[in-house]
Design a protein around this ligand. Structure first.
Ligand code: SF4
Length: 337
């Protein structure tokens, strides 16, 4: 298992859980489901496939044999946890999440990026009394497994939460998701809190998401990105924001991202001093023509508000926003060790 990935904001993926169910608009064209469904169909057609493809994507599978992999990865890496599932899915038992957290504590050289669309369960899990003891308690079997494979594990692992090498994030595809999920993330203790606005499906105003007030002229309104310590209780800020558009097959009908939606988030990040990463446009890019006939082919050209977009494919659309790439991170990679 190498876990190498083309996902722009990480080095590796680690999937101790496989399978998920859709929860919001951002899940409509879930790439993990698309790939799994294809391979499951191949399995049903009699092709030899990896065992996880014997069951449908919606059947959440725990993969305990993958748990110790980060311990054997020597090179300090950013690791995206569960790129084909959601660690906080209701079908993943707390005991299993404890084991994932135990591994992350035992591999402090890596930065683990946990992204969820279920922040209510994440908050409930992290806030549970006795959690540190539970995580510590799961570690002895992991140690045994690690030693059996010749993996060195430090004796003095610190299981205190929040773990300094674990980044917790929520997906925010539109204003509604931002307003529902960011406040839950802000209440969750974490070393790094991040947002993934991908696929971005609309504009997001962070003054209306995760802040108190949000009314124009309200002196207590503030950007959720910045948070505040000026009110009681203080509200945590956000440490990193990723933006990306949607890609997929014609059948999936990927949705275009208006450039102003991405610019709006970038500008709010710059104003708040929050690192911003523009991952990609997705399949659609800005059409250089301002006016097209209204009956122009929908498949290749589409109007989003006043903006015409054209479908050129993910590779051609690229990842520049206003003539440059944006690849900022909450902590430089050199600091991983
Ligand atoms: S939460 Fe993530 S993995 Fe699960 S269905 Fe939605 S997009 Fe797919």
């Amino acid at each position: 298992m190498s876990g190498r990935t083309g996902i722009e904001w990480t080095d590796r993926t680690w999937n101790p859980v496989v399978g998920c169910t859709k929860v919001s608009q951002g899940c409509k064209n879930c790439y993990a489901k698309t790939i799994h469904d294809m391979r499951h169909a191949a399995h049903l057609a009699g092709k030899k496939m990896a065992p996880q493809y014997a069951v449908p994507f919606e059947h959440v599978q725990l993969m305990p044999d993958r748990l110790t992999w980060p311990l054997s990865l020597r090179q300090p890496s950013r690791i995206f946890v569960n790129s084909v599932s959601d660690l906080f899915h209701e079908d993943v038992p707390d005991e299993f999440i404890d084991r994932v957290f135990a591994i992350m504590a035992m591999a402090p050289r890596h930065a683990f990026q946990v992204l969820t669309k279920r922040p209510e369960r994440m908050l409930e899990y992290i806030g549970a009394p006795g959690l540190v003891g539970d995580i510590d308690g799961r570690s002895w079997r992991i140690r045994e497994a690690g030693h059996a494979f010749g993996v060195a594990i430090a004796d003095d692992v610190n299981f205190a939460l929040p773990l300094p090498n674990v980044w917790l994030g929520v997906s925010v595809e539109n204003q509604k998701a931002a307003e529902e999920r960011i406040p839950l993330l802000q209440q969750t203790p974490a070393a790094v809190r991040f947002l993934s606005a991908e696929p971005l499906l609309g504009p997001i105003d962070f003054y209306g998401a995760g802040s108190r007030g949000g009314e124009d002229g309200d002196p207590f309104a503030f950007s959720a990105l910045r948070g505040t310590d000026g009110v009681e209780p203080p509200i945590a800020g956000i440490d990193w924001v990723i933006v990306g558009g949607e890609s997929g097959s014609s059948k999936q009908n990927p949705r275009p991202m208006h450039p102003d939606w991405a610019r709006g988030i970038r500008d709010q990040c710059v104003a708040a001093g929050v690192p911003f990463l523009f991952k990609q446009w997705g399949d659609w890019t800005v059409c250089p023509l301002r006016h097209l006939p209204e009956d122009v082919e929908e498949v290749k050209h589409r109007r989003v508000g006043e903006q015409w977009m054209m479908r050129v494919g993910k590779k051609r659309a690229g990842r520049e926003l206003d003539g440059r790439t944006w690849d900022e991170y909450p902590s430089p990679k050199e600091k991983l060790a």
